[in-house]
Design a protein around this ligand. Structure first.
Ligand code: SF4
Length: 275
């Protein structure tokens, strides 16, 4: 009887916990070191940034409705639902969208960490269902990261260089964020989007920051290598040009002088015309 009451309370709680979503769908991971992995994307709506090259402009301002594909994303969504949506519903949609193929779920956005409390609960639920969780974030909200970290297996964080985004960067918060990730056992990669007008001084500052983390982590023997991904920008929003291979290779060679694992990876899902 007591167990039954506890279960009922638990179910009610799952219905009461709500978040604001943009989309749920199955596709292939197109960025970073997990490229090609079948993944269910849970795209949260809303972002505090306005990067010049943002390719999810629709999710910048909190959307009133969320679109849900209960499988591979083709044509119209299976569901269009009003925000906020319940934890219970999102868990069910993820399971249906994943089918037998997706073992990974990506928390993306917008900026997912703006809804860290919701994602911590969702992460807990999905881990119990044996999903692996990747958090894709702009990399500047370390306090919110702490809430979600216990429930994620991997983190893909950006270093948002002002010359590429058109916005200031709080280097202190960025460092605090990356230190927090480096101290844990999660798989991690850091992404820098490369535009034609990237400032090499800023780029080197970011490399030095990662090199410093690498050095201190080696000393205290808790380091898991953080791969640096140079991602040539895909034209979107106010950006129309892509960087040359010459520029990408020059930046890669600069980074390789100080970092063990540097890769140039474009947005593969865009090349494959996937969402
Ligand atoms: S942080 Fe991401 S979602 Fe937000 S504006 Fe920049 S690219 Fe877009």
């Amino acid at each position: 009887m007591v167990t039954q009451q506890a279960e009922t309370r638990g179910e009610k709680l799952k219905v009461a916990i709500k978040g604001n979503l943009s989309e749920v769908f199955l596709s292939l991971q197109g960025e970073g070191i997990w490229v090609g992995t079948p993944t269910v994307f849970v795209r949260m709506t809303g972002c505090h940034r306005r990067c010049r090259y943002c390719d999810t402009e629709f999710a910048l301002v909190a959307e009133k409705q969320a679109r849900v594909w209960l499988g591979w994303r083709i044509s119209e969504p299976d569901l269009v639902v009003s925000n906020p949506v319940s934890l219970c519903d999102v868990t069910g949609w993820v399971q249906k969208a994943a089918g037998q193929v997706a073992k990974w779920v990506s928390f993306t956005g917008g900026e997912p960490l703006l809804q860290a409390d919701f994602l911590a609960e969702l992460g807990k639920e999905l881990k119990e269902l044996d999903f692996k969780i990747l958090l894709e974030t702009e990399g500047g909200l370390p306090d919110r990261l702490m809430k979600v970290l216990p429930f994620v297996d991997a983190v893909a964080a950006d270093i948002k260089l002002p010359s590429t985004t058109g916005e200031p960067l709080d280097w202190g918060e960025c460092e605090r964020f990356l230190k927090t990730v480096a101290r844990t056992q999660v798989q991690a990669c850091v992404k820098i989007v490369v535009t034609t007008d990237i400032d090499e001084g800023e780029f080197c500052q970011a490399v030095d920051l990662l090199a410093k983390l690498h050095g201190s982590a080696v000393d205290c023997r808790v380091f898991r290598p953080i791969t640096l991904i140079l991602q040539p920008v895909t034209p979107a929003r106010f950006v129309t040009e892509t960087p040359s291979m010459g520029l990408l290779l020059r930046l890669a060679s600069l980074a390789q002088m100080k970092l063990p694992d540097v890769r140039i990876v474009p947005q593969v899902h865009k090349l494959m015309q996937l969402p």
